[in-house]
Design a protein around this ligand. Sequence first.
Ligand code: FE2
Length: 146
Amino acid sequence: MPQKKQRSALGSSATVEDYLERILELINVKGYARVVDIAAALKISQASVTNMVQRLDGEGLLKYEKYRGLVLTTAGETLARNIARRHELLTDFLTLLLGLDDRVIYHDVEGMEHHISPSTLRAIAALTAQLRRRPALRAELARAVV
Ligand code: FE2
């Protein structure tokens, strides 16, 4: 479950990314994303979601029609896929390297994914690929981080 973040920062890029990430996830799982589902996923009020969804519509990231739900535009989907990819890469890395509890990893990834730079992400992706191929190295590192 997503942890509570600073919702007062409505409109920060982290907030926008969280919305897009959840919307893409809902569309992938259910085939659609409604305001009520987004509110439940983000644990915030439907009124707040409606405001934000209208803003995202204004920014060209999605198309919102009150009674028909919403769809991501190409720009919105590109951003959403990017954040989903960062989420996946960081989750793989922390799982492989540290083997921490899933909830801890989820919580940390939800924060890290908004701030990590492309170059650090590339380095982590390369390291993750190495770790995947080298179980002996993984075991050695696992012993070091216990
Ligand atoms: Fe995420």
